[in-house]
Design a protein around this ligand. Sequence first.
Ligand SMILES: [Zn+2]
Length: 286
Amino acid sequence: MFITILVSDCLRKGLIEPYFEKEDVFIFRNHWSLHGFTGPSFINIALSQTKTDYPSNIFSTNYGVFVKRQKGQHPLSHARSYPPNAKSFCLEFQDSMFITQHPSFNSIDGQDKVAKKFVFMSYEENPYCWRLTDIVKVGVRYLKMMKLRSVDDVVLFIWSVETHGNPRRKHFGLKGEDLAIKKSVKYTANVIHPLIETSDIFMLTSDHGETYIPKHGNLGEWGHPDGTSRKTHPSQFTIPWFIWGIGKGEYKKETTLLDIAPTICYLAGKPIPKRFEGKVVKVDEN
Ligand SMILES: [Zn+2]
């Protein structure tokens, strides 16, 4: 089984859903992020665990994200570490690769806790400016190589930032932020098909959505401010989850990021590790 999961950072559900409504895809209509930030969501997705409040960090110190919690800072900001005995869902597979553009993961500690292979394709740092198009090529090549080697138990885990902040502005315009976001989401929807076709099962989700901040600088801006909650800022927490390869349909009961890893293992016919806190979502029992 070849499973690919793409986490498109900072992607609001409502913006991407229209692109796939007519495709042969399963759509989860009631899917939620728990924290609204990259770091904790990474733990939720990769480990299916909620224990995100450890004092050190898994992230790069180069980008200033390893910060002590400042006065007034939301307790669930970026700096987080792995819980003890962390092991991502990828390690349940014979081979796995984690490809990321997210600067926070540049010098991630314990890469071996995430996947067997680790590829960093930085958006901001690389002079060639890797884009999602390039990631898709690398991913397809990896899956084809596995096929050639007759490795059949493979998961490819991608964390892209194309629809998020600076990368978006770089390619889709500084002005008209909302237009830039929409162009960026359209780009994402349009370039992923080679990966969908190379995978037996392909998932698309996000780590969190966005909240509109009216007075961010002089202009309003979409972002993820501290102190938001699912109740007060739902657009920061409602995220997409699509699965290609299991037929067409929709699932209306609530799911969260914790359910991703167990569901991946279930779809691959694997036992569900006890350390997972999320549930297996069986779409045929909808
Ligand atoms: Zn994020």
